[in-house]
Design a protein around this ligand. Structure first.
Ligand code: AFD
Ligand code: MN
Length: 401
């Protein structure tokens, strides 16, 4: 039995994980995906952004918390983005972050915003300015920049020249953000560049964001770190700096595997959620508290061999479980144990919360909110998967094009 401030934990303690948390699901998580070796197409996948939005709405219906779909441009380009946003709203979904794509055009072979050629940099800046305009039309509050930019060989280009180009390019984009919107700069340890990546870690992203402007923040993709990186420590520092914009959530065993969040290392996911819950409750650190309250939680996963919809629903539930456990940490007792140097008690308080099986409490909280107690099983029992596979016949399943 987990005690929270001297009493047994209840569904109320973790209610936020069922009716406060907001999760964005990625449009590309519903389409066909794979690795450089093979894409295994699946029956029933959406064929356009409208059908992707329908899938996102279904996930929102079953989970109650995933009521936004993140778009990827040009994969999700439509003639009228305002119409797509209206279509989404009619189904209880909003358009989330607009993810730019400066990594698939032939011109971007040697980079985009960091490219040696002014013309190529201009093309990339124009694309991201277009993403800012799309965000304005959809009412999105995030424009996301992830750069594949880097080099494959020592001597190929100059590190400082590339960073200068990046900062100058982003300084052109920052003023074009819609009112109230933010620019997320996402880092990645390596791949597709193999010698260096221009925005490789949290420090590089943070230092560039600081030079670009107040609305530039860091996006932490949980699969984008060197082995053994302490991600929860990175999260705590970015919160303290007021520059944690959001997460691209997934899990990994070795690389940028884009596996279901919480499926490989749920204890790490819990420790990350604990930093967010702690910051949200920290009266002594207004910057971290304010930053934590505006963090965007987006799944950035690819379901290459498993059926897409159940995988997305399962992922949302994994995140809810991690947050539910984090909400059970007895923070006053933890702070007291930390301040008194009681190592084992402090660790025990965290581990007790993590070891709590919260599935029953979550089921109760969902029932009280009028939601299926087990969204994953409810979806499987609904027959919706078969219906998708029977009705979505013909056309071309969406993918990375
Ligand atoms: C790829 C990149 C990165 C980015 C995502 C969407 O590694 O995670 O956020 O595509 O553009 O997964
Ligand atoms: Mn990502």
């Amino acid at each position: 039995m987990t005690m929270v401030s001297g009493r047994a934990a209840s569904a109320t303690d973790l209610k936020w994980a069922v009716s406060g948390l907001e999760v964005e699901t990625p449009s590309w998580g519903y389409g066909n995906s794979g690795t450089r070796f093979k894409v295994f197409p699946q029956p029933g996948v959406p064929r356009d952004p409208f059908e992707k939005t329908e899938d996102a709405a279904t996930v929102g219906h079953y989970t109650g918390v995933a009521k936004a779909i993140a778009l990827h441009i040009p994969w999700d380009r439509v003639d009228d983005f305002s119409a797509l946003a209206a279509f989404a709203r009619e189904r209880g979904v909003k358009i989330g972050g607009i993810n730019s794509n400066t990594f698939q055009d032939e011109d971007y072979k040697l980079g985009s915003l960091c490219h040696p050629s002014f013309e190529v940099r201009k093309k990339a800046v124009t694309h991201i300015l277009d993403c800012c305009e799309i965000a304005r039309q959809t009412g999105s509050s995030v424009v996301k920049v992830w750069l594949a930019d880097g080099t494959n060989y020592p001597g190929q280009d100059d590190f400082r020249a590339r960073r200068r180009r990046l900062i100058d390019s982003l300084r052109e984009i920052h003023p074009a953000l819609p009112e109230g919107a933010r620019l997320f700069l996402e880092y990645k340890f390596y791949e597709p560049a193999f010698y260096h990546t221009d925005v490789q870690d949290w420090g590089q992203s943070l230092s560039v964001c600081r030079q670009v402007g107040e609305r530039a923040q860091v996006c932490v993709d949980t699969g984008h770190h060197a082995m053994g990186a302490n991600i929860e420590q990175i999260v705590a520092i970015l919160l303290q700096e007021g520059r944690l914009g959001g997460f691209d959530l997934n899990d990994k065993k070795y690389g940028d595997d884009d596996l279901m969040v919480g499926s490989i290392d749920p204890y790490q996911l819990f420790r990350i959620c604990h930093e967010l819950v702690k910051a949200n409750a920290d009266e002594s650190d207004r910057t971290a508290r304010s930053c934590a309250s505006e963090v965007v939680y987006m799944l950035d996963q690819c379901h290459n061999i498993e059926p897409k919809m159940p995988a997305v629903i399962r992922s949302v539930m994994n995140l809810q479980e991690a947050f539910a456990k984090a909400l059970l940490v007895d923070l006053p007792a933890l702070r007291q144990a930390q301040e008194s140097g009681d190592v084992l008690d402090a660790n025990g308080l965290l581990k007790d919360a993590y070891d709590t099986d919260v599935r029953g409490l979550l089921a109760r909280a969902r029932a009280e909110a009028g939601l299926p107690e087990d969204p994953y099983r409810a979806y499987l029992a609904s027959g919706e998967q078969r219906q998708r596979e029977e009705t979505r016949v013909g056309g071309v399943g969406a993918g990375w094009q």
